[in-house]
Design a protein. Structure first.
Length: 165
């Protein structure tokens, strides 16, 4: 049985974002300007239905964030991963707006200090960019590191939050 994911592509501040949800909550936010194909990397056995009425409330909060009008999200999520991934994602949610942390610090916070690379992998598998703020994770040397949305998007989000100049 395929999961039904309702999606729609929104134009926000000059970029296109794909937002996907189920009946239970938000399941996906695409990188800016990457289109619909990216959702298939996370949900390759899903039935995709273009339905703006199912995703609009999620897109509204994302737009408010991108316009600098929102610092916290009040969205229901419907995501799942391995136990390890979920522990990393929970830790990501604790990073305050406008601040950054390192992959090393996250590994330490989840009680697995040697799992820095695994933390990086889990961060990269976060299906809801922006809402679970994986853009706030940088290297211990204060470099941006990697980002599913690309370094330009990561830099733009961190600049928006005042975390970097």
């Amino acid at each position: 049985m395929f999961t039904k994911i309702y999606y729609h592509t929104y134009s926000i501040k000059g970029h296109e974002y794909v937002v996907g949800a189920t009946e239970k909550g938000l399941v996906f936010i695409g990188s800016c300007d990457r289109g619909l194909k990216e959702i298939g990397q996370f949900y390759f056995e899903a039935e995709l239905v273009d339905a703006e009425q199912m995703t609009g409330k999620y897109a509204n909060q994302i737009q408010e964030y991108l316009e600098g009008k929102r610092k916290k999200f009040t969205l229901k999520l419907d995501i799942s991963g391995t136990k390890f991934q979920e522990s990393v994602w929970e830790q990501l949610k604790k990073i305050p707006y406008g601040q950054t942390t390192s992959y090393t610090e996250i590994a330490q916070a989840i009680g697995n200090p040697k799992a820095v690379r695994a933390v990086g992998s889990a961060v990269g598998k976060n299906p809801v960019l922006i809402v679970i703020p994986c853009h706030r994770v940088i290297t211990k040397n204060q470099q941006l590191g990697n980002y599913r949305g690309g370094l330009a998007m990561k830099q733009e989000l961190l600049t928006l939050e005042g975390a970097i100049n």
